[in-house]
Write a protein that binds this ligand. Structure first.
Ligand SMILES: NC(=O)c1ccc[n+]([C@@H]2O[C@H](COP(=O)([O-])OP(=O)(O)OC[C@H]3O[C@@H](n4cnc5c(N)ncnc54)[C@H](O)[C@@H]3O)[C@@H](O)[C@H]2O)c1
Length: 252
């Protein structure tokens, strides 16, 4: 079966919790050895929990929002994976809500650095290895804001629009080297990142929910199937795609 990931080696940024933990679990359950990259020590705990069965699960902690840390993080991942990477999931991301008119410059830079620049630098590092191997799968995590503007999250919106276009730009250069570069665009998902909407703005939460044709917010479980598909040879002829997993939101 082409969905089998046995023998594949994967790096999943943001894999310590939330949506990308689910993606990492799905890749691991399908046979891949995985390195989780995250900013907190919880990343190590997640790796230990996932290690109960199957191929090795490793953890690397560091700040991908700091350009001078990214090469070191990537080197550690490569050492843990025995010098080969087949799958890169660029999932680490962050958020800050504020009216655009008051949006702090340091938050703008912090969000762009992690959500967009780190995706490029890490893809560049992994891309070099993948081009050498003639094989690779890069999966970026985009967003609904890759498609529409939203409000009060200008840096996040700009970063995720950038991720969608970067996905296409890298695909154009690397598809001929056997590398598929795609993005998953989750809809409104229940995680720590969006928890503040439910708690601080229940009216907005209700309004969003009523606009989702499936009538519910998504979870990490909803991303598992597409993540395995895009990481596997079943998606061999798909590249440069930004695929929504949104309960029908964009179709409305
Ligand atoms: N939750 C949603 O509704 C939603 C919707 C669309 C897209 N997304 C995207 O999905 C991805 C995961 O989001 P989530 O909701 O699971 O968020 P989350 O806050 O639960 O998880 C974020 C992850 O990123 C890691 N991280 C944060 N800052 C980091 C840094 N500086 N360096 C390294 N790692 C860092 C954290 O360790 C954590 O594992 C993000 O890219 C997010 O933008 C989320």
């Amino acid at each position: 079966m082409k969905l089998d990931l046995s023998g594949k080696r994967a790096i999943v940024t943001g894999g310590g919790r939330g949506l990308c933990r689910c993606i990492a679990e799905a890749l691991h359950d399908s046979g891949a050895e995985v390195v989780l990259v995250g900013s907190s020590e919880a990343t190590k705990k997640t790796a230990e929990e996932m290690q109960a069965a199957g191929p090795a699960v490793h953890a690397v902690t560091g700040n991908l929002g700091k350009k001078n840390e990214i090469a070191g993080i990537f080197t550690q991942c490569m050492e843990l994976l025995g010098g080969r990477v087949d799958i890169l999931v660029n999932g680490a991301g962050t958020q800050f809500r504020c009216d655009a008119v008051d949006f702090p410059a340091d938050e703008w830079e912090r969000i762009l650095a992690l959500n967009l620049s780190a995706v490029f630098y890490l893809s560049q590092m992994a891309g070099k290895e993948m081009i050498r191997n003639g094989y690779g799968k890069i999966i970026n995590i985009a967003s609904m804001t890759s498609f529409f503007g939203s409000s009060r999250i200008p840096a996040y919106t700009a970063s995720k629009a950038g991720v969608a276009q970067l996905t296409k730009a890298l695909s154009n250069e690397w598809a001929s080297h056997g590398i598929n570069v795609n993005a998953i665009a989750p809809g409104y998902m229940e995680t720590r990142l969006t928890g503040d909407i439910k708690e601080k703005n229940p009216e907005q939460y209700k309004e969003i929910t009523s606009r989702i044709p499936m009538g519910r917010w998504g979870t990490g479980e909803d991303l598992k199937g597409l993540a395995v598909f895009l990481a596997s040879d079943a998606s061999a002829y798909i590249s440069g795609a930004v695929i929504p997993v949104d309960g029908g939101y964009l179709g409305k």
